[in-house]
Write a protein that binds this ligand. Structure first.
Ligand code: GUN
Length: 281
């Protein structure tokens, strides 16, 4: 029987630690504020944004909401970011992605002050991560490191295979695992003999966005399997990139979907909001 890594419980543990830290900051007269910007009303984005605001409330971070119309211009959004960059009472800025097609995501990410970029998407923060300098780290990969550490999974010296090379998950994940002294491989859609590659992994991290793609043929006996996917299966149910029922009997530990990686992203966002205070000193 594999150990089920409980992201909900670990996220709660972290949020409780952050709640204490936020309280201490407040006692010193340092309130922490996150500005949350949403363009349009994509239902999935609205759910994510609301969960982020709820997380803020729980920890004791003030959140400010900015809701722009679906057809808001790029300039309008850049203007708002400029205003939030200048405001001394705003510590973190989060622009929910994806943005409508007429807005250039890259321009928007670059416009956010790197010291307020709690998502860790700005090229300056990505570069800082790459060379081991202080900066914000993308929340999902940072959350996975916490999941592994707090579940007692040894990372140093072990073979880690990351499936997926996105800017938000795959690439920063590889840098973080390298920082933890893992031997890292990034596999992707063009990787040849994919199963042979993934079967090398002591720690397999799946972030491909293909429902239940990872079956036991991809997994070495006793591996730790982390499932980043959030997909809808044919029957409309939420499922990951890993076929949980098939893989669970052969691995030593596995994250479920929902209740694995998902809750960690918000916990790390809240962590970054508190860290922003240090970066802005
Ligand atoms: N859309 C999906 N995930 C994320 C995230 O982590 N941050 C932002 N800003 N948008 C997202």
């Amino acid at each position: 029987m594999a150990k089920i890594i409980d992201g909900k419980a670990i996220s709660k543990q972290i949020r409780d630690e952050l709640r204490i830290r936020a309280g201490e900051l407040l006692e010193k007269g340092i309130p922490v504020t996150l500005a949350v910007v949403q363009v349009g009303a994509d239902p999935a984005s609205t759910v994510y944004v609301n969960n982020k605001k709820k997380g803020c409330e729980y920890v004791g971070i003030r959140s400010l909401s900015y809701e722009l119309a679906e057809d808001a211009g790029e300039d309008e959004l850049l203007c708002l970011i400029d205003e939030l960059n200048r405001r001394a009472d705003v510590n973190g800025i989060l622009v929910q992605l994806p943005l409508p097609a007429h807005i250039r995501e890259e321009r928007v990410i670059r416009a956010i002050d790197p010291k307020k970029d709690v998502d860790g998407f700005h090229p300056q923060n990505v570069g800082a991560l790459c060379i081991g300098q202080p900066g914000f780290v993308s929340c999902t990969p940072a959350g996975i490191i916490q999941l592994l550490r707090r579940s007692g999974v040894e990372i140093s010296g072990r073979e880690c295979v990351i499936l997926g090379r996105s800017n938000i998950v795959g690439k920063p994940m590889s840098l973080l695992m390298l920082r933890e002294n893992a031997t890292v491989t990034i596999a992707h859609s063009r990787t040849e003999n994919l199963r042979e590659v993934t079967r090398r992994a002591d720690i397999l991290i799946a972030a491909v966005g293909k429902p239940k793609m990872i079956t036991r043929e991809y997994v070495k006996e006793g591996a730790v399997v982390i499932d980043v996917g959030i997909n809808r299966s044919a029957d409309g149910k939420l499922c990951g990139d890993v076929n949980f029922e098939d893989v669970e009997p052969v691995c030593s530990a596995i994250t479920p979907v929902p209740g694995g990686v998902g809750p960690m992203t918000i916990a790390m966002l809240l962590h970054n909001c508190l860290e922003s205070v240090n970066l802005q000193l």
